[in-house]
Write a protein that binds this ligand. Sequence first.
Ligand code: FRU
Length: 496
Amino acid sequence: MQWTRQLRYKPYQAWPTEYLKKIEKQAADSAYYPQFHIAPSSGLLNDPNGFSYFNGKWHVFYQAFPFGPVHGLKSWVHLISADLVNWKKLGPALLPDSKYDAQGVYSGSALQIGNRLFLMYTGNVRDQNWQRHPYQNGAWLDQNNHITKLASPLINQPQQTTDHFRDPQLIEKNGKYYVLIGSQDKKTLAGRINLFASDNLTDWKDLGYLNFSDDDLGYMIECPNLVTVDQQPVLIFCPQGLEHEILPYQNIYPNTYLIGSHVDLASATFNSQNSLALLDQGFDIYASQAFNAPDGQAYLISWLGLPEIEYPTDTENWAHCLSVVKRLTIKNHKLYQQPVADLQKLRQQEHQLTGQTTGQVEKILAAKTTNQYELKLKIPADQQGTLWLFRDPQKAEGLKIEFATGQAAKLLIDRSQTSQPFAKDYGQTRRVALNDNQPLQLDIFVDHSVCEIFVNQGEAVFSLRVFSSSLANKISLAGKRQINYNGSWWDLAKSC
Ligand code: FRU
């Protein structure tokens, strides 16, 4: 299909039901379709939106274009969960059906107010000359998951920004509402976060840009997100066009975070003694959204995809998925991310792994998986070798995880030998340095075409998509010298 602007923005009702059914079947039949990650029923999924806890359930929405694997007329699709693991899709929630969101219901957030959930999102509107007019809109979700949009926008584009003004995060602090909005400054064309305040959700005062960094953060900041982790404010965001001298990164756009020492929204200040860091070391992560649950914990969910990159499932008319939910903590001025504990509920049969490799021989740890499993593996200090996932019988392909736990300790992920490499322009390897002479603990989730690698209790995470051939379902380990290992792997049940 030639995805012209006309097709991308064709009204939802104008698409034939049979067409939608046909492409839904393509996704359902795909060997790459995830079974315990949130994925689109058809078409494209991007940012998580409105991640929240309300009415005794966890809620998340995602950005959707249901008609093809491209960015077009966006809406929100709603899911609920009792445990952050098993998700039930309730279906489309916010559709582009009003004058203030006619060309797309873009990203936003959710906040419980009274006994309802308030959704705040960007309405994307284009005029006849295709000039963009962004509106920050509101909607109420009641206890029956019924949504009512507000009749008029809450915030219009301010004078100081260009039309790149989107992704509101609504926060309540000391009885006052604040909204962080991703922006581009009109004069300098620099990426900023604009802040607004309100006492009543209706009248909003522009507090100007959040003062949080002296660095030049590129030309646009998308998806700003402020969350409290272990009593410290953490600002998560996606700077586009960030100089690599400020923060080395390889993906087209990074998803970054900054740990602060103090935040005062009333004066638009976020103080920090830390440097900007990458949220994830992997290939496919963007638009992450975190929030503080009633239990005070901070939970994070991410888009496992990136803008402007073609993915192998585009030919199957669906693209992308969300990450598992991760719990955030801070240790040694670093953000730690761990998969939520309830993911263990998905574990089926346990296969224990203890032993050592001999010489140069590649040792098969699992001869046949369904590529839907969790693998926990511990490697002692002073070892060097390669863990292969998605390994095929001919040893021609696989996801290569190289580790060294002695001197110059590191972990390197190489996806160049998988059967459908993609996004090659952005490099086929990602690496982190580890502390020398320490054991390595890996907790890895594989879901057909998804791989999330939690390193040393969440000190680093690599999130990536992998497209391998159907026989590439072994796990193996190899090294020049003997490697000792112990751990387990479990088949995981379907949860989405
Ligand atoms: C980030 C983003 C947001 C926007 C949404 C549109 O991926 O570009 O800035 O609101 O996606 O789908």
